[in-house]
Design a protein around this ligand. Structure first.
Ligand code: DGL
Length: 269
């Protein structure tokens, strides 16, 4: 393994691009390989075993491409699968989890809201996170079925995400949250809409900056940061329809992106 090897990043679909964008900005010399598992999205309503198998299969694929580190750019897959990935693979594996600690540190009302998938909210890892960091505040966790799908379709401000968000935000707003954690990597793409619905007083926290920082730290420790003269770059893969996913990604990133099909068809491969 050497420093010129790429970093592998994956999510159930396009949501993890919110993390990729942050990594791109912080680590411009790195080659990034992104896998959108769009053929199996959303993960949020799939059994944990299925997600664990997908995460292992995608990680294996990224290792075959020479990845020097893996970023699980998905709260749901981190909750379900990161312990297993770390047991199975010996390279650095960075996950993402709802930013409860920073939210508890800044809340003034003492009430924070978290939007996440059902799989994340009902996971043992999330319960442990609340146990460790959520004791100094009231933490209201709201599962959001269907919301990541809107982003998967590139629908960031239409009637459907608006209706869903109104429904999911109402119980949080009625309890006077002053801090809202985006606990799914798809949701930062809905931030303008969320802001419009909650107003300017509530602070929104997106943990991708912390993930990028942790990635930098681990690569630096292992002397695996890319050479500062390297041009950097990105390659995208999907298990869904490459043409359709390319259209959605190009819209989200505001530039033309092409995708290669992921050569994995079954979670058991
Ligand atoms: N983007 C993912 C997350 O961070 C998962 C969304 C989904 O596939 O349900 O949780």
């Amino acid at each position: 393994m050497n420093s010129n090897h790429p970093i592998g990043i994956f999510d159930s679909g396009v949501g993890g691009l919110s993390v990729l964008q942050r990594i791109r900005a912080d680590l411009p010399h790195e080659m990034l390989l992104y896998v959108a598992d769009s053929g199996h999205a959303p993960y949020g309503d799939k059994p944990a075993d299925f997600i664990t198998q997908r995460a292992a299969a995608i990680t294996r694929f990224l290792l075959e491409q020479g990845a020097k580190a893996i970023v699980v750019a998905c709260n749901t897959a981190t909750a379900a699968a990161i312990a297993n990935l770390r047991r199975q693979f010996s390279i650095p594996i960075i996950g993402i989890e709802p930013a409860v600690k920073p939210a508890v540190a800044i809340t003034r009302s003492g009430v924070i809201g978290i939007l996440a998938t059902g799989q994340t909210v009902y996971s043992a890892k999330f319960a442990d996170l609340i146990d460790r960091h959520g004791q100094q505040a009231r933490v209201l966790a709201q599962p959001c079925p269907g919301l990541a799908d809107c982003v998967e379709r590139g629908d960031l401000n239409g009637p459907h995400p608006t209706t869903l968000l109104n429904r999911y935000l109402q119980p949080l707003l009625s309890q006077n949250i002053d801090t809202l954690v985006l606990g799914c990597t798809h949701y930062p793409f809905l931030k303008p809409l969320i802001k419009r619905l909650i107003g300017p007083e509530i602070t929104i926290i997106d943990p991708s900056a912390a993930v990028s920082k942790q990635l930098y730290r681990r690569l630096d420790e292992l002397k695996l940061l890319a050479n500062p003269n390297a041009p950097g770059g990105e390659h995208y893969f999907t298990s869904g329809c490459a043409e359709y996913t390319a259209q959605v990604i190009s819209r989200l990133l505001d530039r033309t992106v092409t995708l290669e099909p992921l050569p994995l068809t079954s979670p058991l491969h």
